[in-house]
Design a protein around this ligand. Structure first.
Ligand code: HEM
Ligand code: NAG
Length: 217
């Protein structure tokens, strides 16, 4: 009786510290967008939040814009997102902070498990709104054109589903890039990577275009 109570308390404490609801719907007070939100651990007790917002009126098998929002603890040197859930041959978004504490976004592509090159097929626009930091975390919000569709080396087109789950991956490094003020800096290899299934159906916004227009000025 006492033991089961004790285990119940420990289990409750553990689950409170290490889990957050998968694909939680997050109504962002800063941008006004609705995001589908996931939390991935990079240490036993520390995680990074990854959020995606998309338009509601998109067809499957088309390329569509997305807004991505990432919340990272201050000990994160760089954090990457692989839009098709593995390192090679898909758009990679790498983010870090420069020497002025400003977020730098870098679009990359890797043809294997080797240092990624810059990638012109995806363009990221950092929004002032939703990009901020405090004593514990830094966060960025950005528009991406070209993250939801890309071309494989055989010339085939790949698309992320705007309706269901897409496997995404992240990579984390405690170290910043060697030239943090340059988006084309070389970057140190990650210490941790992980995967999750990101539900894009919960990320739909009927006011996506007008909101993005407002955030872009
Ligand atoms: C900075 C240069 C980078 C180097 C040298 C590098 C190298 C590697 C290597 C050697 C592996 C295989 C590790 C293993 O199998 O245990 C790997 C795996 C992985 N890397 Fe990178 N990486 C780099 C950047 C990135 C970036 C920017 C991302 C963006 C998200 C990323 C995402 C991943 C993922 C998700 C894996 C797991 C295997 C997979 O799903 O493909 N890497 N990387
Ligand atoms: C610090 O900033 C992060 C990211 O914006 C936010 O989630 C967190 O609530 C903030 N913490 C405090 C104490 O304001």
């Amino acid at each position: 009786m006492l033991w089961s109570l004790w285990f119940g308390i420990v289990a409750a404490l553990l689950s409170r510290t290490v889990t957050a609801a998968a694909n939680a719907i997050y109504q962002d007070p800063d941008t006004g967008l609705v995001f589908s939100s996931n939390y991935a651990l990079y240490k036993v007790d520390k995680g990074i939040t990854f959020r995606v917002a998309i338009p509601s009126d998109v067809q499957t098998y088309t390329s569509y814009d997305a807004v991505v929002q990432v919340v990272a603890p201050n000990d994160v040197g760089w954090v990457g997102i692989a839009w098709a859930g593995s390192m090679p041959r898909n758009p990679l978004l790498v983010a870090w902070r420069n020497t002025n504490n400003q977020v730098v976004l870098s679009s990359r592509w890797a043809n294997g498990h080797i240092t990624p090159n810059t990638y012109a097929g995806a363009q990221y626009t950092l929004f002032k709104t939703g990009t901020k930091s405090n004593g514990t975390h830094w966060q960025y919000t950005a528009l991406c054109k070209g993250c939801t569709s890309w071309t494989t080396d055989t010339g085939a087109s790949r698309y992320l589903s705007p309706r269901g789950g897409n496997r995404l991956a992240f990579a984390y490094s405690p170290g910043r890039p060697s030239s943090p003020n340059s988006a084309t800096s070389s970057i140190p290899i990650h210490e941790v990577h992980g995967y999750w299934q990101h539900d894009f159906s919960g990320a739909a916004n009927s006011n996506f275009e007008t909101t993005v227009e407002r955030l872009s000025v």
